[in-house]
Design a protein around this ligand. Structure first.
Ligand SMILES: Cc1cc2nc3c(=O)[nH]c(=O)nc-3n(C[C@H](O)[C@H](O)[C@H](O)COP(=O)(O)OP(=O)(O)OC[C@H]3O[C@@H](n4cnc5c(N)ncnc54)[C@H](O)[C@@H]3O)c2cc1C
Length: 373
């Protein structure tokens, strides 16, 4: 058995690692030119019921522990005027340790045999050859033929059309990402309002969420529920003007909150949020399957990366358990994936409503304090 994995995100790499642990060879084809081609995004909280389990299965628990940023589980919810509505310190008893996504990806990459990941290999299309075999064509015109293909290539998967006609749809909300560096020294008011971990200042249809990352950097996601045409009118190549236009939507909010937008030290990056239908599933197609966002892209609720790693670990285990029967392994993996998908996607949609619906920030405080919605 040789497994062809498209995409070196956390899901694809976890699969490659679990296969390696079981002595099954795999090649990962990744569109980006190198591991350093782009920054890998911010902090991820890793959950006991999925991400942690995946890292255990991958044999990387010790390496993972070494990445945990102490104190970052602190959480606070603010009203738009800066009033603190909920404030929970990180007393070391939490169960969702925070790590930098790039560091997590690094330990996965370092755990694989040299040459497992082929960088700069963007998949352009896949052709069905029959009997479970597929021909993958890359942007440079080269091809590979495989009898076991896994689409771990994220939201806009090139593998997904082999099994499903579903395409992600915009959910009416976008994030705009900004960074403030070395905040305690250079942006003390913003550092104070964010605190030691995560800060969420939310109102219906808009919000400012920030996280204190390693090095005391503040990573902010501004949330705005607006049509894509509205964002299209903003010139994001003019950073100052774009930041000012976004900040205008927060007129009257506490200045230490809007400073997270207007004092941003990197060009603001627009991230439209798209999802696949809740409960996305497909009929078994020989020789191919999906994992992670390619299979179940959902509104961000802190589970997506955890689930992608869990999928990778589950698929690796299923293949290792049935080395002579790939189809039985894929069927067993997908059976559980679809149940998990439906539950998790529905929960993500509920969480999204709690964070950005009509009763926020009070709905969010209720969530954190365990009160009924
Ligand atoms: C703004 C934002 C914040 C988020 N925050 C969190 C969070 O705090 N916690 C959490 O758990 N989740 C979070 N998520 C969700 C999480 O990022 C995703 O669910 C997770 O990254 C999915 O992992 P993946 O491996 O399936 O896909 P990806 O991480 O998207 O990896 C896919 C890989 O495939 C490669 N690729 C794509 N197309 C091709 C191609 N044609 N050929 C070859 N390679 C290709 C890509 O370059 C990439 O490396 C967030 C998402 C967003 C948008």
């Amino acid at each position: 058995m040789h497994v062809t994995i498209i995409g070196a995100g956390l899901g694809g790499l976890t699969l490659a690692r679990v296969l390696h642990v079981h002595g099954i060879p795999a090649t990962v084809y990744e569109a980006e030119d190198s591991p350093a081609a782009r920054t890998q995004g911010g902090l991820l909280d890793i959950h006991d019921h999925n991400g942690r389990i995946a890292l255990d299965v991958a044999g990387l628990t010790e390496e993972f522990r070494g990445l945990i940023l102490e104190g970052r589980e602190a959480t606070r919810v603010l009203d738009r005027d800066g009033t603190v509505l909920f404030d929970q310190a990180d007393d070391g008893t939490g169960n969702r340790p925070e790590v930098q996504r790039g560091e997590l990806r690094r330990i996965l990459l370092e755990s694989l045999p040299t040459g497992t990941v082929c960088w700069g290999r963007k998949v352009r299309g896949v052709r069905v050859l029959g009997e479970g075999r597929h021909e993958v064509t890359f942007a440079d015109g080269s091809t590979v033929v495989t009898s076991l293909l896994v689409g771990a290539d994220g939201a806009w998967s090139r593998v997904r059309p082999l099994v499903s006609s579903a395409v992600p749809e915009y959910i009416g909300t976008s994030f705009v990402e900004t960074y403030l560096f070395d905040a305690r020294t250079r942006h003390p008011a913003a550092a104070k309002v964010v605190g030691d971990g995560a800060m969420l200042a939310l109102a219906p249809g808009k919000g400012i969420q920030a996280h204190r990352e390693s090095g005391g950097n503040l990573h902010t996601y501004v949330t705005l529920s607006k049509p894509q045409e509205w964002f299209a009118e903003i010139d994001f190549t003019d950073s100052a003007a774009a930041a000012a236009r976004i900040a205008e939507e927060f007129d009257g909010w506490a200045p230490e909150l809007t400073a997270l937008i207007t004092d941003g030290e990197t060009a603001p990056v627009l991230r439209p949020l798209n999802t696949l239908p809740i409960g996305h599933r497909w009929a078994r197609v020989p020789g191919v399957t999906l994992l992670g966002d390619a299979a179940h892209l959902s509104p961000p609720n802190g589970e997506g990366a955890n689930l992608a790693m869990f999928d990778g670990a589950e698929l690796g285990k299923a293949l290792a358990a049935r080395p002579g029967d790939v189809e039985a392994a894929l069927a067993a993996y997908e059976r559980e994936l679809f149940v998990r998908n439906a539950d998790e996607a529905a929960e993500a949609a509920r969480d999204f409503d709690i964070c950005f619906g009509a009763d926020v920030p009070h709905s969010l405080v209720r969530l954190f304090t365990g009160q009924p919605q």
